[in-house]
Structures are given as C-alpha cells and as structure tokens.
Design a protein around this ligand. Structure first.
Ligand code: NAD
Length: 404
C-alpha cells in the first residue's frame, strides 16, 4: 500500500515504516559521530533499562546508550503492531529498526511490549535484564534506568483503578493563542480549571509513584547495580506557558516526580530529574500554546545555531552531565541546579533566547507569523515523528506495512 499521513486535530493516525527506520538510523549516526568513543569504559553504562523506549526522549536515550557506550539495552513500550492492511504505531517500527541495527552492530537488545505500569511488566523486565546480561556476558544488574513514559492513562496495580491524566490549568480557566500546526493559522485554545480529582489523577499517571515502584521492583529482583543511576524527564519552560503547564495539572505531576527522585535517592542513590528542552514529539502538538511557542523558539534557536532535537539533548545529557570523566567516578559530581535537577534546557532558557522568543510571540500576526516563527519546522518534526517528510524515503513506493 501507499502510506500518506492522516492527520486529524493535530493527531497523526498512521505512520510510515521506512520513514521511522530512516529516523532511527539518522539518530544512530549522530550518536556514533558525537558520543561513541567519548568516555566509554569504566563508569559508563553497560546494561540500561529504558521505560518508554520507543519514541521521543526514551528512544534517543536508548540509542545513545547502545551506540554511544556499547551498552546492552532492555526497552519497554506500549505500541500497536502493524498488520498487512494497517500500519503500526511509529514506536512499533522504531523498536524494530532499533533491534535490527543493534543486532547488526553486535549489541544486545531486548524489547518488551506491554503496560509498564503493571507489576507483571516489572517482573518481565527483570527477567529480560538477566537474559540480556547472559547474552552480553556481563553482570545481571542494570546500571542506568531511564524513566521516559508519557501516557494518558494508568491502571494502579494495587487497586485496579484506571486513572486518566488531563492537561488543564489549576484555579482559573485558561485561554491563549496558539497555532494550528497543519494549517499554520492562529487559533485560540481554552481549557477549564481542573477539579481536585483531575489533579490527583494526573499526578497518579504522570507523577513519580510508578518510577518508585520500578526502582523498588528492580531492587527486590536483585537486578539493580550498586550505585545505579536513574533519570526521569521533566519540562519547565518559560513563564508564558506556566498557566497551562508548570502551574497546571502536568506541573503538579512533575513536582511529584521530583519528590520521587528524592525518595529514590535516599534508598538507592543516583536518581535525578532532568529538565529537557521542548521538542516536537507525538504529544506536544496537543498542548495549548506549545506549538506557537515551539515554532517561535525553534526559529530563534536555529538562527543562533543552537537548535536541538531529542538525540542532541540526550547526547549532551550523557556526555556533559551524567558521564563526564568526573561524574563517571563519582555521581555526586553530576552538574545540577539549586533544586538538584539536571538542566539540559539551558540553551532554551538562555536569557537572549527567551527574550527574543517572547518578543516574537507578542508581536506575531497571521501576516508576520511565517517570518517570525518556524511553523513549517514544527510540522516537519511532527510528521517526521511518524515517519513522514523524511529525506530520502520514497513515499510513492508500495510498502507492506507489516514488514520493516
Ligand atoms: P513520547 O510520547 O514520545 O514517548 C512516550 C513513551 O512512553 C513511548 O515509548 C510509549 O510507548 C511509552 N508508553 C506510554 N504508555 C505506556 C505504558 N502504559 N506502558 C509502556 N510504555 C508506555 O513522549 P516524550 O515526549 O518523549 O516524553 C517522555 C518524557 O519526557 C515525559 O516525561 C515528558 O514529560 C518529558 N519531556 C518531554 C518534552 C517534550 O517537549 N516532548 C520536554 C521535556 C520533557
């Protein structure tokens, strides 16, 4: 079949296998050029678990660990497989492409598909760590655990209750200008304040409880290396997005993630929350204000030559934060801010970048939007996250979606 993007309400409903594979290959190439050979060896990760491994920051974290340090990786994600008549989700193809390239490079990789919030998946992951270690001829202990889930729902394994997260402001309603990514037109996005129940549910889904459960389960199974590191990702962003993000339901959940990091640190040491840059992943297009902000930000960062995507961010996280020569020997030497968080959003939050971005956001009209903001760049990244609009891919070719 010929696969063309099907986008409805800023959600892309399908994906292209060859395009997804090409993007994975490009990230691998970037890692080989910018991380491989820079610090592999003593103190660098050998066996890495990535919870949420198939797209966005989790995929980049897995690629960087494997192709940068030669680590064996176990990845967990929840994706829909392809059939002969229907493409799978992008993460399904990304996982296939990652496993294929890892195998070719002689790297051990095990990918598990299922609900990371469940107890059963935690047990399966421990088994996979043992299996991966046996294949790689190393100790069955994960020395880096990346927690990179982004999910709308979570079933609590203790109660069986399914909680649903929402992206809403707290205390007062929100209304703001944003950009419809596909049409490039300004639209108004509005959201009513969250109820207490919605806040609690969002914290339940996107907060730190499950991260703690993962670390406890791995320790109990005996598959956590002494002095293992673990990192979960968060976003802070500029003040103009705080009403909907940092001070909204998601921000509450992210506060809970920071609470969890402190708890995990007390028990197992080496837990950080890393504040990452705003990038276009499957989820960012549906958050009010974010497409407009990112479009302006990208244009500014590209003009200044400091634009980054997921893979550039994660290479910097490993090379310049977690595994510098000093931090490899002593994790306490990892550079953090006054709250103990790793900051790789430093270039995004630079004063000159923020000033220029907010000036553009204030002055942009429909007529000037194209010159002030990079809406095509946002759209491209969004399509690319689904395997479309990727250089070198023949989109006119007939493909069997069930084969990579
Ligand atoms: P993403 O949607 O690209 O990836 C989410 C991953 O979670 C996928 O691998 C998916 O399969 C997996 N997943 C979801 N539900 C699951 C379940 N029940 N069981 C197993 N796997 C499941 O998301 P992303 O944008 O890379 O976000 C990852 C983290 O990074 C989040 O914590 C997010 O808040 C944070 N972050 C994102 C941005 C951004 O701009 N996108 C910026 C800073 C921080």
């Amino acid at each position: 079949m010929i696969i063309k993007p099907m986008v409805r309400n800023n959600i892309c409903l399908n994906s292209h296998p060859a395009g997804c594979a090409a993007v994975v290959m490009r990230q691998i190439k970037y890692v080989k050029n910018h991380l491989a050979g820079k610090g592999a060896g003593e103190g660098s990760p050998a066996l890495v678990l990535v919870v949420g491994c198939s797209t966005g920051y989790g995929l980049a974290s897995r690629i960087a660990a494997a192709f940068g340090y030669g680590a064996a990786t176990v990845g967990i994600s929840l994706e829909k497989p392809a059939s002969e008549t229907k493409p799978g989700t992008p993460g399904f193809y990304n996982n296939l492409a990652f496993d294929r390239e890892a195998r070719k490079a002689g790297l051990v990789s095990i990918t598990l598909d299922g609900d990371a919030f469940s107890d059963a998946m935690k047990t399966q992951a421990a088994e996979a760590i043992r299996k991966a270690a046996a294949e790689a001829g190393i100790k069955p202990k994960a020395d880096l655990v990346i927690y990179s889930l982004a999910s709308p729902v979570r079933t609590d394994p203790k109660t069986g209750i399914m909680h649903r997260s929402v992206i809403k402001p707290i205390g007062k309603s929100y209304s703001g200008k944003t950009v419809d990514m596909m049409s490039g037109k300004f639209v108004t996005a509005a959201a009513e304040p969250a109820t207490d129940e919605e806040i609690a549910n969002t914290v339940k889904v996107m907060g730190g409880e499950d991260w703690e459960l993962w670390m406890d389960a791995l320790a109990k199974e005996g598959v956590l290396a002494p002095g293992a590191r673990t990192v979960a990702y968060t976003y802070i962003g500029p003040e103009l997005s705080w009403a909907i993000y940092k001070n909204g339901t998601i921000g509450r959940a992210k506060e809970d993630l920071e609470r969890a990091a402190k708890e995990i640190n007390k028990k197992y040491a080496g837990a950080w929350v890393s504040v990452n840059k705003a990038v276009v992943t499957r989820a960012s297009a549906v958050i009010p204000i974010i497409p407009f902000y990112i479009s302006c930000l990208f244009k500014v960062m590209k003009e200044k030559g400091i634009h980054e995507g997921c893979i550039e961010q994660i290479v910097r996280l490993y090379r310049d934060r977690l595994y510098t020569a000093e931090a490899r020997m002593d994790p306490r030497k990892t550079a953090v801010d006054h709250e103990g968080r790793i900051r790789i959003d430093d270039w995004e939050m630079r004063e000159d970048v923020q000033k220029e971005t907010s000036t553009r956001m204030e002055s942009a009209t429909q007529e000037t939007l194209d010159s002030l903001a990079d809406v095509p760049g946002f759209r491209h990244d969004f399509l690319e996250a689904h395997g479309f609009d990727v250089d070198g891919v023949d989109y006119a070719a007939d493909v069997d979606p069930s084969v990579l």
